[in-house]
Design a protein around this ligand. Structure first.
Ligand SMILES: Nc1ncnc2c1ncn2[C@@H]1O[C@H](COP(=O)(O)OP(=O)(O)OP(=O)(O)O)[C@@H](O)[C@H]1O
Ligand SMILES: [Mg+2]
Length: 279
């Protein structure tokens, strides 16, 4: 078995949109194209934590959706364990999806308000396996323990939980399928700083405990720095910088080496320093 878990080769995705209702384009049905992802290649190794940062609209979520098999690329390939996922369908796609799970930004929208936490946690697994009540309870209970939540929450409803607790439940739910890769799209952005730090620590622990690889999409360089080994910087659908997270981020204080960075990465680091100064 090779060390490469996810390999993205020259992937592109363009959206063809009709203009908005009140624009001239809508009446003429003129279309305009948005090249959301433009020839991106990257690899994520087993157990590696990779940060993906970049300006809003640079194509990070589009890339994440293609990794999850929720959207097809126009060209290029997404390989998980060496298998190109986009020509796959049916049972084969379901099995591949099992090894890649996602945690979304908003833990409030991600949980069904009418479903108890134990049911929410085991739900993904019931798509693959038939479980009796006892098995459901013991899996949900172990998953809750894994993410550091008390057992009393098993029978609670989402509205009875805080944002941080809900996000832990979402992580527990994603982990019940024992994925090899966890894609976190702005997974801590909606949480306050202390809860953010707790969830980041939890992700690190889970990564070490389960040998999980994580693709961590974020706008927050401090969070990325705390969690990630590798860093990718995306701009206008392309990856403009990649390298060791520590080294890239420490270039912010080294004016000599900073010159080697892409101008956008330099701006990002400057903006980050400015914000840290303001805090
Ligand atoms: N379903 C869609 N239909 C049309 N255009 C889309 C669609 N999804 C995304 N786009 C466009 O593709 C580009 C990339 O969007 P994407 O959501 O991937 O950006 P992002 O990097 O995740 O941004 P953010 O940091 O704000 O979440 C944007 O210009 C967006 O408007
Ligand atoms: Mg996004």
């Amino acid at each position: 078995m090779t060390n490469t878990l996810l390999e993205i080769k020259n992937v592109s995705r363009t959206y063809r949109n009709v203009g908005g209702m009140f624009s001239a384009n809508w009446f003429t049905k003129k279309r305009y194209n948005v090249a959301a992802v433009n020839g991106v290649s990257l690899t994520v190794n087993r157990g590696e934590v990779v940060g993906l940062v970049g300006e809003s609209g640079s194509g990070k979520s589009t890339l994440a959706r293609m990794i999850m098999g929720l959207e097809n690329p126009d060209s290029g390939s997404v390989l998980i364990n060496g298998l190109d996922i986009h020509p796959c369908s049916g049972q084969q796609l379901r099995q591949i999806r099992r090894s890649v799970q996602m945690v979304f930004q908003n833990p409030y929208a991600a949980l069904n308000p009418l479903q108890r936490i134990d049911a929410a946690i085991v739900e993904p697994l019931t798509n693959f396996e038939t479980l009796n009540q006892g098995q459901r309870q013991s899996i949900a209970s172990a998953a809750l323990k894994d993410v550091g939540l008390p057992q009393r929450l098993l029978h609670a409803y989402p509205h009875q939980l805080s944002g941080g607790e809900r996000q832990r439940v979402c992580i527990a739910r994603a982990l019940t399928l024992k994925p090899q890769l966890l894609v976190c799209d702005e997974a801590v952005s909606a949480l306050d700083k202390t809860v953010q730090a707790q969830v980041l620590t939890l992700l690190r622990q889970l990564q070490q405990r389960h040998g999980l690889a994580i693709l961590f999409i974020s706008h927050d360089l401090a969070a990325v720095n705390q969690l990630c080994d590798q860093l990718l910087v995306m701009r206008q659908g392309d990856i403009v910088e990649r390298g060791n997270c520590d080294q890239l981020l420490s270039h912010a204080v080294d004016s000599e080496t900073q010159k080697q960075l892409h101008p956008y990465t330099q701006k990002l680091l400057q903006a980050n320093r400015f914000l840290e100064g303001v805090r």
